[in-house]
Design a protein around this ligand. Structure first.
Ligand code: ATP
Length: 219
């Protein structure tokens, strides 16, 4: 379904977000107080405007209240980020996502009403750290603070074994949801299906159980 977003602050994060949303088929109004970032995104965004969003009357003129989702991607200017977030919530935009530099900033943003806070630098570093510290982890999605969906390379010790032989659910409490073999996806694999190095396992488990499995199969 096509959605309407307003993205405020067109630094590296905001402008990448505008591109992704537009490429995903949504309508995006992109706003920055400086001219250059607005010009740079003008060909991509549905509308691109130069405006200082700490001014309530400016936000009203932009028709900000007609958007169902606003993203505040202002980083360095904490005052502007907080004030803009507060004004957007006062205009009763149902969902406001705000980018925070650190925990303190995030805390203030939620106090002024942000519905969702993102910490791109912290989260990207955590993701990279996890990938670098594991030999097999390709990617993961945090389902909750304790449960992850992970993509892991089949370690050599699992090569040419069936899921039944490996007995991963009973031994580690992790569930293998799918096996990726090149471009082919074996969804809901059966106990007798064999796995090989080069395949990728898509698995759900608690952090503890996934770490346990990874340590046992560390190359
Ligand atoms: P990134 O890491 O995404 O590059 P950043 O965290 O360094 O960005 P800034 O560069 O400080 O964040 O801010 C992002 C953009 O927000 C800048 O282009 C800046 O001009 C814009 N901005 C700052 N204040 C306002 C404001 N009051 N209204 C609209 N845009 C603003």
């Amino acid at each position: 379904m096509k959605k309407q977003f307003i993205v405020i602050g067109l630094g590296r994060f905001g402008s990448s977000l505008v591109r992704t949303l537009v490429h995903s088929g949504h309508e995006v109004m992109a706003v920055d107080k400086n001219e250059q970032p607005v010009q740079d995104i003008a060909d991509v965004a549905t509308h691109a405007l130069q405006a200082d969003c700490t001014d309530e009357s400016v936000l009203k003129e932009l028709g900000a209240r007609n958007f169902s989702h606003a993203i505040v991607a202002i980083g360095d200017d904490l005052q502007a980020s907080i004030l803009t977030t507060m004004l957007l919530k006062e205009l009763q935009i149902p969902r406001v996502t705000a980018k925070a530099k650190n925990e303190m900033h995030g805390h203030v943003l939620s106090k002024v009403g942000a519905d969702h806070i993102v910490y791109p630098e912290r989260d990207m570093a955590a993701r990279l750290g996890k990938q670098l510290s594991s030999n097999n982890l390709i990617d993961y999605i945090e389902l909750s603070p304790t449960y992850n969906l992970v993509e892991i390379k089949v370690p050599p010790a699992m090569n040419a074994k069936s899921l039944k032989q490996l007995n991963i659910r009973a031994k580690y409490g992790c569930n293998i949801m799918a096996i990726k073999v090149g471009d082919y996806m074996n969804i809901s694999p059966k106990a007798e299906d064999l796995i090989y190095t080069g395949n990728i396992l898509i698995m759900i488990g608690s952090n503890e159980d996934i770490n346990h499995l990874e340590n046992d199969y560390e190359q």
